[in-house]
Design a protein around this ligand. Structure first.
Ligand SMILES: N[C@@H](CCC(=O)N[C@@H](CS)C(=O)NCC(=O)O)C(=O)O
Length: 212
């Protein structure tokens, strides 16, 4: 089978898929599209992914977009017995909701922080808006911290799929230059991030990628 991930390696949503593939030990090729690489507005790309966003997964004739859905698909198709997505329905629903929560309650504010500090020149930054976004992002991290106080990974004792969407952003959260802005001390979140850093696939696909 030929497996291709379409998307620039600097995208948080692409990183999720690459890290997931690494955890599942599934080989793949990656093609740079999106951001400065462009090529997401071509009819060929739009035929695979009408949103024009990255990532897109291609396995032979099958294509799929939406990063969290791709993670669940990879598990179902290639590693259904892996503890990354537990079989027991309540445990699975818990993993699912934390995956969704990253997209719904967290992503917008974290995006404002990231774009504001990393992708906006210093003289164009709206520091008041960034400070507010940091506070709102911290609220979401505190929810995660509360889970991590009870167990080493978000859903329990081992890594599951819901650690992946949050984990890619943890690297940015701890790695960004905060320009003196207040960031709350979240020791359990930091310990979890250090635990993720010990995983080769996280190192390779998240930590090794410059925060740009
Ligand atoms: N909900 C989508 C969001 C995808 C998305 O927003 N991707 C961003 C990169 S993180 C993108 O394609 N931005 C435009 C670009 O890179 O050209 C997913 O999770 O896959």
């Amino acid at each position: 089978m030929k497996r291709i991930v379409w998307g620039r390696a600097t995208s948080s949503n692409v990183m999720k898929v690459l890290w997931g593939l690494g955890e599942l030990d599934l080989p793949f090729e990656r093609i740079d599209v999106g951001g400065a690489f462009g090529k997401t507005d071509t009819p060929e790309y739009r035929a695979m992914n009408p949103t024009g966003l990255v990532p897109t997964l291609q396995e032979d004739d099958f294509t799929l977009w939406e990063s969290n859905v791709i993670l669940r698909y990879l598990h179902a198709a290639h590693a259904p017995d892996s503890p990354l997505f537990p079989k027991e329905v309540h445990a699975r629903a818990n993993v699912d909701r934390w995956m969704d929560a990253q997209q719904t309650t967290f992503n917008r504010n974290m995006g404002l922080v990231f774009w504001g500090l990393v992708r906006t020149p210093a003289d164009k930054r709206d520091m008041a808006a960034i400070a507010q976004a940091i506070e709102d992002t911290a609220k979401a991290w505190r929810m995660v911290e509360a889970e991590l106080r009870r167990h080493p990974f978000i859903a329990g004792d081992t890594l599951t799929l819901c650690d992946i969407p949050w984990g890619v952003h943890a690297h940015r959260w701890f790695g960004m230059d905060y320009l003196g802005l207040e960031r709350p001390d979240l020791p359990d979140l930091r310990a979890w991030y250090d635990r993720l850093c010990a995983r080769p696939a996280y190192q390779q696909h998240v930590v090794a990628c410059p925060i740009t």
